[in-house]
Design a protein around this ligand. Structure first.
Ligand code: ZN
Length: 120
């Protein structure tokens, strides 16, 4: 049995348990019952384990992809030119009035033709 992750919040552990079970990976939650006792010692936090060692890589990949997908966008908010409301960086349009926002300059968008050709 291999422990993959551990959270104080049992619902988070259960969320990943379901994620792995859906992929056919057999799992086990350690300390599932202890989480209700208000214990704040990390050793007793609910821990998601897998039963089959050979599935560890697949399981970790599933968790990693899911974490990356739910990551908050890191860019700054932008201000709508129409109504002056601010929208999160991952919004293409103003949440308030629907005006299409000015996308932040992408450094890789202009590097196509200006790239110096290497002559070796
Ligand atoms: Zn707006």
């Amino acid at each position: 049995m291999i422990e993959l992750l551990r959270y104080r919040d049992l619902t988070r552990v259960i969320y990943f348990r379901d994620l792995l079970e859906e992929a056919g990976i057999r799992t086990f939650i350690r300390n599932e019952n202890l989480s209700n006792t208000g214990v704040s010692i990390p050793d007793y936090f609910p821990a998601l384990c897998i039963l089959n060692e050979s599935e560890q890589q697949v399981a970790m990949d599933l968790i990693r992809v899911d974490l990356a997908a739910n990551e908050k966008p890191s860019g700054p908010e932008w201000i709508c030119g129409d109504c002056q409301e601010s929208s999160p960086a991952n919004f293409d349009t103003c949440w308030n009035c629907g005006t299409i926002g000015l996308s932040p300059s992408r450094p890789d968008a202009e590097s196509g033709s200006t790239q110096p050709s290497a002559r070796l």
